[in-house]
Design a protein around this ligand. Structure first.
Ligand code: SF4
Length: 484
């Protein structure tokens, strides 16, 4: 997958011209938010449940190295094979070599954001191994060669007519229909056949429980279960932050995750795997590999503020809450992760230099923070990344801001630290700024700040500053005292 995060502004402009998508983005996110609110309404104390979720994830991140070792120990004791990989290349290479060694011709896949991140599908296909995404949304996105539009609904935006035409072309849909149920059925029949003969299944991991060495997957379609139960080899890929201390903690997070994703109290399937098939068991894989992917996470782990990003449980709630995502959708972010969670995660994975436009594309309204079930403070992270940029931090791979912007802020900081200069500047700027005011409000202007006023108003600058007024009041008072 080509990473296009540096083209965010261009892509966003393009998406804004897509009228059908704009209409979709007006209608669907409010429904998602309503469902989420209804789901959280079934909890006796939703804010307390979210605070508990935040505490669990904060503890997991504080103890991450120790919990990962505990998970490895228990998972290995359960018969799983734990594989550590430093980056996307190592993770993909391991899976590709394993597939080659076992003579695999095709794999079925359950939904996995980390393999979107590592571009595993492309690597396997380059080496002649077919990949079949089996989540309906992922299947559609894969056939259309698109990145996920939303982390929970990867093809939620694709019009039904487009799905019909796609299925006619790719899976030989015999009776063209616009009925979503029939289209889903057609995909199901097509994929069911793949499950019959599959030798290797690849899935993601929602949570990895350190205490028991168990991996948990949450889904509604049952395709992950098929991917795990049908083939003799199962490969579950997880980014290293997915570890949770105890099963009790994990179950609490499952309650939050399901409600945040789709408003359900519990998704249709919650699968827990604690090892490969045992002698007396009917299904399940004979070999179970857990591939743990670092891909830049441990590098930022030392930074206590940036580490907060790793709490994310990929519920997707912040996307529908975000006023920016609701205008442009998911494609403009140019990679696997979009919306506020992508805006905080992509910079630590790709570097600030490749994502500068992402963490600046925010109104800092805090809608994402208020909705996040694990307490991620997105706006403060956006500001943190911006400060890292200015401080030219090498760990975050910061990049210089444009020359004009740097000079502007240099002059600004010099003026702001010299009161006489500041006052002089205010006096000189006032007539210039107020020239566009109508009835005390500036609604539009020309020049470099014209874009800022396109959607905003600003009160005109007062005729005198607080200091002027204070001085005037004191003068009047002292004149009054003298005349007495
Ligand atoms: S940042 Fe929070 S709200 Fe957004 S996807 Fe992650 S857990 Fe969900």
């Amino acid at each position: 997958m080509e990473i296009k995060t540096e083209q965010f502004t261009e892509l966003a402009k393009k998406e804004l011209k897509n009228d059908r998508q704009r209409l979709f983005l007006k209608l669907i996110p409010p429904v998602m938010r309503m469902k989420r609110e209804a789901g959280f309404g079934t909890l006796p104390d939703a804010p307390a449940a979210m605070a508990c979720g935040a505490a669990i994830r904060a503890e997991a991140m504080a103890r991450l190295p120790e919990l990962l070792e505990e998970f490895e120990k228990n998972a290995t004791a359960n018969g799983m094979k734990v594989v550590w990989t430093r980056d996307d290349k190592e993770a993909n290479e391991f899976i590709r070599n394993l597939a080659k060694e076992k003579g695999i011709q095709y794999v079925t896949k359950g939904k996995s954001m980390v393999t979107e991140e590592t571009a595993l599908n492309e690597v396997l296909e380059e080496h002649g191994i077919e990949v079949w995404e089996t989540d309906l949304g992922e299947f559609i996105a894969q056939q259309l060669h698109r990145t996920p539009f939303h982390i929970v609904g990867p093809a939620i935006n694709v019009p039904v007519e487009e799905v019909r035409d796609l299925f006619i072309e790719k899976i030989g849909l015999k009776e063209p229909t616009l009925d979503p149920v029939q289209l889903g059925y057609a995909a199901r029949l097509f994929l069911r056949d793949k499950f019959h003969h599959v030798k290797m299944g690849i899935t993601g991991v929602n949570m990895a429980v350190a205490e028991t060495g168990t991996i948990i997957n949450v889904e509604n379609e049952g395709n992950i279960r098929f991917t795990k139960a049908s083939p003799p080899i199962q490969v579950s890929v997880m980014s290293l932050e997915k570890v949770i201390p105890t099963m009790k903690d994990a179950l609490h997070l499952v309650r939050l995750l399901c409600r945040s994703c789709t408003g359900q109290r519990l998704s249709v399937y919650v699968s827990m795997d604690s090892g490969p098939k045992k002698k007396d068991e009917i299904d399940g894989p004979e070999e179970l590999y857990i591939v743990i992917v670092d891909n830049g996470r441990s590098k930022i782990y030392q930074d206590v503020k940036a580490r907060e990003v790793l709490r994310c449980i990929r519920c997707g709630a912040c996307l529908a809450g975000c006023p920016v995502w609701r205008q442009i959708g998911g494609y403009a972010y140019g990679w696997a992760y979009s919306g506020p969670m992508g805006q905080v995660l992509n910079p630590v994975l790709l570097g600030l230099d490749k994502t500068q436009e992402l963490y600046r594309a925010s109104t800092l309204c805090g809608a994402c923070k208020s909705i996040c079930p694990v307490g991620i403070d997105h706006p403060s992270l956006f500001l943190y990344y911006r400060s890292k940029d200015v401080l030219e931090d090498p760990i975050f791979k910061s990049k210089d801001r444009p020359w004009a912007e740097r000079q502007f802020f240099r002059i600004w900081s010099f003026a702001a630290s010299a009161p006489w200069l500041w006052n002089l500047g205010v006096r000189m700027a006032r007539p210039f700024i107020n020239k566009d005011a109508r009835d005390g409000i500036i609604s539009k202007t020309i020049g470099p700040s014209a874009g800022w006023f396109r959607k905003r108003d600003l009160p005109s600058m007062a005729g005198f500053t607080f200091h002027d007024r204070w001085k005037k009041m004191q003068n009047t008072e002292s004149r009054g005292q003298k005349s007495e």
